[in-house]
Design a binder for this molecule. Structure first.
Ligand code: NAD
Ligand code: UFG
Length: 336
């Protein structure tokens, strides 16, 4: 069974590809490599001993999509392709709307034409905006606080409208919380370009001496230690959630499902866990709050368990251990 994976060289996609191949699916991947390296495709092939059919190109390019759907009998699509940096989206909103929304439209159009109507879409906890009540359920109010979040909210809307117009579609909108960690082999992981925006890759780069000190953004939040609380989920668990979504997709029209662990950990909890696992001291200093950050954000995961039979298996230490293995084996990411 062939699965088309858009953004197929990216962080979450590469781990999902590894699991798809292990489970016996065939993977067809498309990526314009704007935020990734083809080396991730090669490494997934190395881990699994199986080939990926890779197309270098843009998901907005309908001619290329036509070619892919004509050359391959695609069963379903997992749509990861998108730009994802919140700060950059505030500085370059048009680039974000253009990339993320046009990719959705082109993909949906070509899928319709080829009568491929199973889709798993990478949504995000960012669609909950500033949480009013925790934990967040799929019924919690939705809002966007930045252009990136707006593209995810609009993506959900586009795909929901598509289903409302044509009930043959089966669409699962997976709302990821904070994906972290790496493949247990240490061969694939997150390889951010430049200085990482996100906490865990930043901590890992401090640990290997690539960055001098972690700035902890705010210590006056309304949380147990004053630092921001998030729901971190191991990327291998997240990959598993995609497999479950594919297995169950025909049961649904359009459905939004949270993918987290339901546990909230603070920045300092994460620093301590990483120190314990790595044996390194993470130098940190408190800095002002980062604009747009919320006190706390974590999921109610009942729906994923009930509907998909998915429950996260990995804990905080597993996430840190696997990230540390990836970082020590590849201190400069895929450049190594
Ligand atoms: P990533 O940047 O590693 O992967 C995205 C991939 O898409 C990259 O390889 C990039 O080159 C590719 N891409 C971007 N625009 C493209 C286009 N127009 N055509 C073809 N390829 C394109 O990011 P990731 O963390 O793996 O995220 C995957 C998806 O999950 C994204 O849609 C992201 O918004 C979403 N998401 C990520 C997080 C997170 O914290 N990592 C949280 C929630 C949701
Ligand atoms: N943080 C620091 N220092 C840093 C980086 C982060 O203290 O150098 C703190 C943040 O203030 C926050 C926590 O670490 O309290 C987590 O921050 P991340 O940037 O790792 O993650 P966010 O929760 O801000 O956002 C991530 C993705 C978004 C996505 C969201 C929900 O970046 O795209 O998770 O899925 F929308």
């Amino acid at each position: 069974m062939k699965i088309l994976v858009t953004g197929g060289a990216g962080y979450i996609a590469s781990h999902t590809n590894a699991l798809l191949l292990e489970k016996g699916y065939e993977v067809v991947a498309i990526d314009n490599l704007s935020n990734s390296s083809p080396e991730s495709i090669r490494r997934v092939e190395e881990i699994t001993g199986k080939k990926i059919i890779f197309y270098k190109g843009d998901t907005r390019d309908k001619n290329l999509l036509e070619k892919i759907f004509s050359e391959n009998d695609i069963y379903a699509v997992i749509h990861f392709a998108g730009l994802k940096a919140v700060g950059e989206s505030c500085a370059k909103p048009l680039m974000y709307y253009e990339n993320n929304l046009m990719a959705n439209l082109a993909l949906a159009d070509v899928m319709s034409k080829h009568n491929v109507k199973r889709l798993v879409f990478s949504s995000s906890a960012t669609v909950y905006g500033v949480p009013k009540k925790l934990p967040l359920t799929e019924q919690s109010p939705l809002s966007a606080t930045n252009p990136y979040g707006a593209t995810k909210l609009m993506g959900e809307r586009i795909f929901s409208d598509l289903y409302n117009a044509d009930k043959q579609w089966h669409i699962i909108l997976l709302r990821y919380f904070n994906p972290v960690g790496a493949h247990p082999s240490g061969k694939i992981g997150e390889d951010p370009k430049g200085i990482p925006n996100n906490l865990m890759p930043f901590i890992a780069q401090v640990a290997v001496g690539r960055l001098p000190v972690l700035k902890v953004f705010g210590n006056d939040y309304n949380t147990h230690d004053g630092t921001g609380v998030r729901d971190y989920i191991h990327v291998m668990d997240l990959a598993e959630a995609h497999i479950k979504a594919l297995e169950k997709i025909d049961n649904y029209g359009v459905e939004a499902i949270n993918v987290g662990t339901g546990e909230g950990y603070s920045v300092l909890d994460m620093v301590k866990a990483f120190e314990k696992v790595s044996g390194k001291t993470i130098k940190y200093e408190f800095a002002p709050r980062r604009s747009g950050d919320v006190d706390a954000c974590y999921a109610n995961c009942d729906k994923a368990e009930k509907e998909l039979g998915f429950k996260a298996k990995y804990n905080l230490y597993d996430m840190c251990r696997d990230l540390w293995r990836w970082q020590t084996l590849n201190p400069n990411g895929y450049e190594d």
